[in-house]
Design a protein around this ligand. Structure first.
Ligand code: 8YV
Length: 327
């Protein structure tokens, strides 16, 4: 029996590529070229499956141009790059990689939130520039984390992992979510309290965004929302850039209507709004929240597991589409 042909659209761990090669004829992009949509469509010709990341957009146009495609496996939990409704119409299976990255991403959310509140990168840049000539009582002072109120917008599995970590900091946790969690999950999430977005923004000292991106969550945080926040508050975004209106955030940071922001994701990443670079009260990282060796390997293997299952007629463990899986 001939093996199905797949595209691995970005560079991945060689051991995962070797695993895939046992099941498939693999065309891989180990040079890690960023394909345009046109190049992606060209590379997908003759392929039954693809392992992709957030940089590949699977939409109506791509699906219409690749009639033989049967499955796309995203190496990410967020799948705003995949039009799942179009996948349903074209009967192309789609999967993501939930759970394997929860704890690593929660760790990073804390790291970014702490660096933001305690001005770690700003202080380091100052030190490296040779400006440290004396200690001052008010050098790089910022808000405390311990004993403060943490506001989590998006209380899925990663949000809950962030909340659990807050017990050691003796924080009160507020959350806002599409729906309220079951009481036992709220209890486990440091007794998190379900509140409106407005109450959360008004009362939190540190707000962290962990919600999925969609048309419904586009600019969840824009000018009106930033205006509700305390001038001493921080905002951390580890979700997707489009959840925050960059222009409004830059305005708030510049005018110090909020204290600081920590951003791992941006509206047009990897191109970020140039004004962020001129601000000292923002910590900027290049979309690395899931970047521990163990987790990235687990994500790649999870995407591979899904693809292997789907293209052999079995139900992929992390299926996003609802039509029946067939060979
Ligand atoms: C990925 C992420 O590294 O899982 C997600 O949704 O944002 C990250 O963990 C990135 O999207 C690569 O596809």
């Amino acid at each position: 029996m001939t093996k199905p042909h797949i595209l691995v659209a970005r560079a991945i761990f060689p051991e995962v590529l070797a695993r895939l090669a046992e099941h498939f004829e693999v065309e891989s992009n180990q040079e890690d070229e960023i394909y345009s949509q046109q190049q992606l469509t060209g590379r997908l010709q003759g392929k039954q499956g693809a392992l992709i990341t957030g940089s590949a957009r699977i939409n109506e146009q791509v699906l219409a141009a690749v009639p033989g495609l049967r499955m796309v496996a995203n190496m990410a939990v967020g799948y705003d790059n995949i039009d799942t409704a179009a996948c349903e119409r074209f009967q192309v299976l789609a999967s993501n990689t939930p759970d394997v990255l929860n704890e690593t991403t929660a760790d990073f959310g804390w790291a970014l939130m702490m660096a933001t509140a305690r001005r770690i990168t700003e202080a380091e840049h100052w030190l490296r520039a040779g400006k440290w000539t004396k200690w001052r009582y008010d050098s790089f002072i910022g808000p405390d984390l311990h004993g403060s109120t943490l506001g989590i917008i998006g209380m899925g599995r990663i949000g809950q992992a962030i909340a659990r970590r807050s017990t050691g900091f003796n924080m009160q946790v507020l959350y806002h979510n599409r729906s309220r969690l079951a009481p036992e999950l709220e209890q486990a999430a440091n007794q998190a309290q379900f509140v409106s977005k407005e109450q959360l923004l008004r009362e939190s000292d540190h707000v962290i965004l962990v919600l999925p991106y969609s048309a419904a969550t586009h600019h969840t945080i824009a000018g009106a929302e930033l205006a509700l926040m305390k001038p001493t508050a921080t905002l951390t975004n580890i979700a997707r850039g489009g959840i925050v209106d960059d222009q409004a955030l830059i305005h708030a940071l510049r005018n110090k209507t909020i204290a600081a922001a920590g951003l791992d994701v941006f509206e047009n990443e990897p191109a970020l709004h140039p004004d962020f670079l001129g601000l000292t009260n923002v910590v900027l990282t290049p979309h690395i929240a899931s970047a521990s060796e163990k987790t990235r390997l687990a994500m790649a293997n999870c995407a591979a597991d899904n693809l292997i299952a789907g293209l052999s007629g079995q139900r992929p463990p992390n299926l996003l589409t609802s039509f029946p899986v067939q060979l």
